[in-house]
Ligand binder design. Structure first.
Ligand code: SAM
Length: 251
């Protein structure tokens, strides 16, 4: 298995910690993504690469009928354990286990960069009703805040962060040109240790060897225990949700 595939499949090893420590998504991002559908009604929504259900829970709380699709068994088990009232299915973006034209929107949270997009985009187009929406989003730390930038720099590992530019990737004849916006968000952490537990759920941390991980964690912990913003009790990590939406057009 190459490194990309190994990383795409790495999250299950940290499934419980992932569910515990990763941030959720701003509700404003979900609402903005669904605007092109022009309705307040309950929609059929697919959360693709749903992980432990961070975005699934937000979609469900908005009142939509949600199907969550996730290939990793441990991640899917956490989702089933934690998010109730949704349909949860094993499956990949390149072969989505739902029939043609049965969903109003497909959401992808912090996972589009793991897909084989040449295969995934026609699959997403297949399951969407005409006029349906594809929404792709990431939630990332705001690195113009000094301590957050320092932490990001310290958490770099011997494997690079992976993320593609969806503006070019989403160009596909089944989809209208995408629109992009951002929403401020934050991640509440009770302690420096909790911030480090969150960082350790990223694939670049999961796939490195124990020695490298321990050295990085030591460095981050020392830093957070010294910084005035983070040393005394709970703090919020400033995040930005970056959201892309595009509409399924008839060919
Ligand atoms: C960073 S996690 C994001 C999970 C969830 N959407 C969230 O926001 O918390 C990436 C997820 O993508 C899944 N994944 C990786 N490759 C995939 C593929 N080809 N098709 C569908 N899901 C995939 C992984 O198993 C993992 O659960």
């Amino acid at each position: 298995m190459d490194l990309h595939a190994r990383r795409a499949d790495s999250f299950g090893a940290q499934a419980e910690a992932y569910a515990e420590h990763r941030p959720d998504y701003p509700v404003a991002a979900i609402r903005w993504a669904l605007e092109p559908l022009g309705t307040d009604e309950r929609l059929d929504v697919l959360d693709l690469a749903a992980g432990t259900g961070k975005l699934t829970a937000g979609l469900s709380a908005e009142g939509h009928r949600v199907t969550a699709v996730e290939p990793n068994e441990q991640m899917l088990s956490e989702l089933v354990r934690r998010v109730h009232g949704v349909r949860a299915l094993p499956g990949h973006a390149e072969h989505i286990p739902v029939p043609d034209q049965t969903v109003d929107a497909v959401f992808v949270g912090t996972a589009f960069h793991w897909f084989d997009q040449e295969k995934a985009l026609p699959e997403i187009a297949r399951v969407l009703r005409p006029g349906g929406v594809l929404a792709v989003m990431w939630v990332e730390p705001v690195t113009d805040v000094e301590w957050v930038r320092d932490l990001e720099r310290m958490s770099a590992t011997s494997v690079e962060s992976e993320r593609h530019d969806p503006v070019s990737i989403m160009a596909h004849p089944s989809f209208a040109p995408e629109e992009r916006t951002t929403f401020p968000h934050s991640h509440h952490r009770d302690s420096p240790e909790a911030a480090i537990a969150w960082i350790n759920t990223h694939s670049r941390m999961i796939v490195i060897d124990e020695q490298e991980r321990a050295a990085i964690n030591d460095k981050m912990l020392t830093y957070l225990r010294e910084r005035p913003e983070t040393s005394n009790g709970p703090f919020d990590v400033p995040l930005l949700a970056e959201v892309f939406r595009t509409v399924r057009v008839s060919e």
